[in-house]
Design a protein around this ligand. Structure first.
Ligand code: F6R
Length: 367
């Protein structure tokens, strides 16, 4: 059942190229310059009238929503808020019929996310569910459903569901951009072509697993560490940190790279591992200055970046993992795979039950 892999998590990490392809399949036109999403169940007019978007979810699905916000705001220029589902309805969110509420849930059964869906509907919003389970409670109650086709996810730590959610958000962003005319056809075609390469690029990262394992064995000796990044790299840092905590029980924090010096820098001391995501060319220099701040305090820094920046970064960091070249908008679908493997091998090195971490359940049906 584990298809020759030692754990479901490792199997599911390796299923990501297929999950990307399956989630994209049939959702573009033959020319490859348009996204087709009839399941959104929204008229052109409704889409043009959207004033704001709220993405509501828990845990890893919430983290996918952080990337989703980045994608939608860049592609469509609609303001997006991210909400943790257990907070959403208690903060009296400002929802109108022109709000699109997007709930994200692998299982489709998370109690708080379901309650958020009902809160959105009670205020007259259209609620779109991004879920991996077609017959789930969330899928049944939502106004429309964008299914991720990751296949069943067994390991408690979500991997392929998260990355399929990223693919779904990208398709959604492109579709909204078409209808609202915020991206040109050639631009959409360029992004879709780059998306087609993601599955084989994930394979390239999977092939680096020995190096990632060796680094994971080093960090397994530490009690806490940091993930830093800017923009979408910060969103991915949050997922990397959650994954590591959840299965290796090593404490970590994800920080917006520029925010460290406002307090948390006090925790950096000799030898503390800092994993810096540095995939965004537009803020690379800024991230490098933040890397220098932690290096100067003795941190041991690993950077995750593109090949073209490797040599540059090696001047300021201790180690570099490279991800294949893609558009800045799409790096999350690659960089997170490195962090998933890191969490996996750290957990393995510490002898934990990778697929069934303590205190956690796959589906959380209590509020
Ligand atoms: C972490 C993890 C959890 C879930 C969260 C929401 O790896 O799996 O954080 O993401 O419990 O679950 P779903 O997506 O089923 O609503």
């Amino acid at each position: 059942e584990k298809g020759g892999y030692e754990h479901f998590m490792l199997k599911e990490i390796h299923e990501q190229p297929k999950a990307y392809r399956d989630t994209m399949r049939g959702r573009t036109n033959a020319e490859g310059n348009k996204v087709i999403l009839p399941e959104l169940n929204l008229t052109e007019e409704q889409i043009k009238n959207i004033r704001n978007i709220q993405i509501v979810a828990c845990g890893t699905a919430y983290n996918a929503g952080l990337v989703g916000r980045n994608l939608i705001e860049s592609l469509v220029r609609i303001p997006v808020e991210n909400d943790i589902a257990s907070e959403y309805r208690y903060r009296s969110p400002i929802v109108t019929p022109e709000t699109l509420v997007i709930v994200v849930s692998q299982s489709g059964e998370t109690a708080d996310t379901l309650a958020a869906l009902r809160e959105g509907q009670a205020n007259g919003a259209h609620v779109l569910a991004i879920t991996n389970v077609v017959g789930s409670s969330i899928a049944r109650e939502a106004n429309s459903v964008l299914v991720t086709l990751a296949g069943p996810e067994i390991a408690v730590a979500s991997t392929k569901a998260y990355t399929s959610q990223l693919i779904a958000f990208t398709l959604l962003g492109l579709y909204l951009a078409e209808v609202r005319d915020t991206q040109s056809e050639p631009e959409v075609a360029k992004i879709l072509a780059a998306m087609q390469s993601l599955p084989e690029q994930v394979e390239v990262i999977l092939a680096q697993k020995d190096a990632i394992k060796a680094y994971a064995e080093q960090i397994a000796e530490h009690h806490h560490l940091f993930f830093i990044g800017r923009g979408v790299d910060y969103a991915v840092a949050q997922e990397g940190s959650l994954k590591l905590k959840e299965i290796s029980y090593i404490h970590s924090e994800a920080y917006a790279a520029g925010e460290l010096k406002h307090g948390t820098l006090a925790l950096i001391e000799e030898g503390v591992p800092v994993i810096a995501l540095a995939t965004q060319e537009s803020v690379l220099e800024k991230t490098v200055s933040n890397i220098k701040e932690v290096k100067a305090r003795g941190a041991h820094v690993l950077a995750v970046t593109h090949e073209e920046h490797k040599n540059d970064l090696l001047r300021s960091v201790d180690e570099v993992f490279v991800i294949p070249q893609t558009l800045p908008l799409l790096t999350s679908a690659l960089s997170v795979v490195t962090l998933q493997l890191l969490a996996y091998y750290a957990s393995l090195a510490l002898g934990h039950d990778v697929d069934k971490p303590r205190n956690l359940a796959k589906s959380v049906t209590v509020e």
